[in-house]
Design a protein around this ligand. Structure first.
Ligand code: PMP
Length: 420
């Protein structure tokens, strides 16, 4: 792991020294701490379009994109104006507002599987609540998740299979009880037989299966041909609800999310990120009958002081309205150009690395984490900010264009040859 960088990072270092005293690992969410790549995290001062600037004044082409929400690029003028307008009308009411109805209308129009929904404040809350709905509706205790899938940090979801095998989950985090983990069954991703076996072994016990329809939290892994349709068939046969976690893929791989792209209809959908335009928003929704179990209409309790917050709703609404149909072909063409060029560099150098991409989500998989760490820092020094882990996706935005691709590829030319 390399510490030294050519860029000046004095102010980032000063602030991170203070942060280290105040926050565990110096951060408020673990991956920001650079543990997988070493070195000092850059403290961000501002962002605009496809770029971010750190507190030392260094400029970067940004592929973190706040981990997904910033599909239009940073500080999009429509979104900034909408939030300013909302803020001037008061920050939060704890009572209904019009913006939440307008944002819900946009979501329902884009995703026909969602007839009704509930807004919450994070993807974690949304996934946790969707599972409660599934259990409340079916009266069944267990759920299935796929190994390597991330659905936020609720107790029952911080579970994965030991050595990738199907079976009863083990907690991935201290503080999660074995009893909670025992209700989470785990199957390998892209393995329908394993899901069929679990549903068979736990017949009548599985309330829901939750899946990232394009896995994006173990690096980008697309669903195998027929996998999502297979999950649909198996869960329907077992009376198990199929939940698509589209926190990353919703409004990104297509306006209608992965369910539109792959033509498979889930019972419940979990959303976040883009629908909040960079402010804290999550949502879960689905068929009318399924969502009718939610309080105050039904017996499944779920609530939130800041749910439907007017600033957050305004940011989401402005984002979805600015996210016109022409954005998707542009994201695809930037993504495809980047994928092709990176693959060529890798081939030319005979590197053990591979580019995987679905639309504007991309990962470069290296044979080992040390090579990725080196590559990451070489990119950073040359002004390209990648997610500081190869288990994460690079996020391309509508603000990425010709200049950004040129800078990215110039940096990658250097960084790949150093990593070879
Ligand atoms: N689901 C998926 C697929 C995610 O990628 C994430 C976060 N990256 C979450 C849920 C949790 O969302 P949040 O961080 O907003 O709680």
């Amino acid at each position: 792991m390399r510490e030294a960088t050519a860029l000046r990072t004095t102010r980032s270092e000063e602030i991170m020294t203070r942060a280290a005293r105040l926050f565990p690992g110096g951060v408020n969410s673990p991956v920001r701490a650079f543990r997988q790549v070493g070195g000092i995290p850059r403290v961000i001062d501002r962002a605009a379009g496809a770029r971010v600037w750190d507190v030392d004044g260094n400029e970067y082409v940004d592929y973190v994109g706040s981990w997904g929400p910033m599909i239009l690029g940073h500080a999009h003028p429509d979104v900034v104006a909408a939030v300013q307008d909302a803020a001037a009308r008061g920050m939060s009411y704890g009572a209904p507002n019009q913006l939440e109805v307008e944002l819900a209308d946009e979501i329902v129009a884009a995703m026909p599987s969602i007839e009704r929904l509930r807004f919450v404040s994070s993807g974690t809350e949304a996934a946790m609540s969707a599972l409660r709905v599934a259990r409340g509706l079916t009266g069944r205790p267990k759920i299935i998740k796929l190994a390597g899938g991330y659905h936020g940090h609720a107790d029952g979801l911080l579970v994965r299979a030991g050595s990738g095998a199907a079976g009863i989950g083990r907690p991935t985090s201290a503080g999660v009880t074995e009893a909670t983990a025992a209700d989470t069954l785990v199957a390998p991703y892209n393995d329908l037989d394993a899901v069929a076996r679990l549903l068979d072994e736990h017949h009548g016990q599985v309330a829901a299966l939750i899946v990232e329809p394009v896995a994006a939290n173990m690096g980008v892994v697309p669903p195998a041909l027929g996998y999502l349709a297979g999950l649909r068939r198996l869960t329907a046969d077992a009376g198990t609800l199929l939940i698509f976690d589209e926190v990353i893929t919703g409004f990104r791989v297509a306006r209608g999310g992965a369910q539109a792209l792959y033509g498979v209809t889930p019972d419940l959908t979990v959303l976040g990120k883009i629908i909040g335009g960079g402010l804290p928003v999550g949502a879960y929704g689905g068929r009318r009958d399924v969502m009718s179990v939610v309080a105050p209409e039904g017996p499944v309790y779920q609530a939130g002081t800041l749910s439907g917050n007017p600033l957050a709703m305004a940011a989401g609404l402005a984002t979805l309205r600015a996210l016109t149909d022409d954005v998707y072909p542009r994201l695809e063409s930037y993504g495809s150009e980047l994928e092709t060029a990176l693959t060529e560099i890798i081939k030319g150098l005979e590197l053990e690395a591979r580019v995987v991409r679905v639309g504007s989500l991309l990962t470069v998989f290296f044979a080992d984490d040390a090579r990725f760490a080196r590559f990451f820092h070489d990119m950073l020094e040359r002004g390209v900010m990648l997610p500081p882990s190869q288990q994460e996706a690079w996020f391309i935005s509508a603000a990425h264009g010709g200049a950004e691709i040129e800078e990215t590829l110039a940096a990658a030319d250097y960084a790949f040859s150093e990593a070879s």
